[in-house]
Design a protein around this ligand. Sequence first.
Ligand SMILES: C[S@@+](CC[C@H](N)C(=O)[O-])C[C@H]1O[C@@H](n2cnc3c(N)ncnc32)[C@H](O)[C@@H]1O
Length: 235
Amino acid sequence: MKTNPNWYYEEKTPGVDYLNPKIAQKYDAEHQKFRNFKEESEHIVQVMEITPEDTVMDFGCGTGGVALNLAKYCDKVICVDISREMLDVLENKAKKLNINNIETYSAGFLTYNHNWQDKVNKIVSMVALHHLPDFWKSVALLKMAEILKPGEKLYLFDIIFTFNIQDHQKSIEKMIKDMQDVAGDSMAHETEIHIKDEFSTYDWIMEGLLEKTGFLIDSKKIKSSNFVEYICSKL
Ligand SMILES: C[S@@+](CC[C@H](N)C(=O)[O-])C[C@H]1O[C@@H](n2cnc3c(N)ncnc32)[C@H](O)[C@@H]1O
């Protein structure tokens, strides 16, 4: 089996500890304070033109709030996440909902091994890529470009900074306050951890990474508090 060189990044989950079963168990309840997984998924189906024949991959799928909804609209969802604990929650929900057209892989963006003959039609990654430092984001995006069929699409949604560098302090404080207002203390605290220990980056860096790894950015939307949506085509 091929092993990675000594300099290769060892994927971990910096910041919020998604390997902690307690965090995994309460994830849906916490995120549903400010998100609606069903609406997010229906939006993705529409903007990504997902069809019943499509194989969709969700990278950093977590507890499957989006992945399990997408499964209703396509042939198969490949669910990849580094946290076995988050996937356990996803698998239990799938069992209860009788959703069988999913495959789960406990692997990271970098360690996931794809069978290259079975390229996928769509890749979705929601609030997960910021767990990698910027250089390793580029390695992960390169892998996504290889997994996607030519002309097909990547949906990337993440916390990405759109403020001017000079304004970082006031923008980050606003971001934490906005989260406090909609989702309360625990999510405001997670936002602080996010800024301190995770690897969110600027939009102009993310756009360079996307373009240099073989994607054309078809659209960019800035949602509230630096949540950014990119829809990209593989060139
Ligand atoms: C904020 S959650 C997002 C989950 C889901 N995509 C959603 O929209 O609710 C971040 C997820 O990224 C996963 N993650 C963190 N680092 C990762 C890595 N290197 N490779 C794959 N998944 C990773 C975590 O385990 C966690 O499930």
